[in-house]
Design a protein around this ligand. Sequence first.
Ligand SMILES: Cc1cc2nc3c(=O)[nH]c(=O)nc-3n(C[C@H](O)[C@H](O)[C@H](O)COP(=O)(O)O)c2cc1C
Length: 226
Amino acid sequence: MARRTLKGGAMLAPLPPALVSVGTEERANLITIGWTGITATIPPSTYISVRPERFSHRLLMENGEFVIHLASEDLAPAVDFCGMYTGEKVDKFEKCALTKAKSTYVSCPTVEECPVAIECRVREVKNMGSHDVFFADILGVSVDEKLFDENGKIHLEWAHLIAYMHGEYFALGKKIGKFGYSATKSEKGGVKGKVASHKTKKPSSRSAPEKTLSKTKKAHRKGERK
Ligand SMILES: Cc1cc2nc3c(=O)[nH]c(=O)nc-3n(C[C@H](O)[C@H](O)[C@H](O)COP(=O)(O)O)c2cc1C
């Protein structure tokens, strides 16, 4: 395919636009975080990257704990709001009509309305330039009861989670496979077979509509500013 090479930028997508609670129950705050991920399975660990000038950075340094919340579609306006205003001036819980619930392992609150809450304790802080990375252990996870089926299997797809991609929010689409499904498929042809369904797709399935092309450069810059 023909490609355009751009200068290095924060192009990784999609990401969860996480609603992160910081501080203590008495002085809690919410910050939207796009730069997050898993660092290890054992022990379960994660990170959030936070600019030092954020009010939340101060609370994180003081308290050393946070809760990452995954957001469903109906919470998208709250996610955006918490990424626009500082908790130094507004009570984001109050403004977004979000409820503070007691967390199990950490002193900062869980957001009652969020389907998944990941309770974390900071292990190390490392500066990576514009952002400080808060590496943390995942002490516990709480999940909305409604997402469990009768066999105890968790169905995150029932939560209608949102994705953040290059400055924009998206609803997740259809399920297209499960972990290891390509291996199951290739059993028929053994290791000799090719895993190449992308070869049978029409190229147009990856093309942008004509009118959005001119905005690409602007969006690239916008998506880097978090
Ligand atoms: C979708 C989205 C993702 C964001 N990701 C980050 C991030 O990863 N790190 C960061 O420091 N700020 C990020 N921000 C900006 C902060 O959420 C924003 O500056 C917020 O108002 C800070 O709140 P505080 O001053 O109460 O801490 C993001 C904002 C949005 C809307």
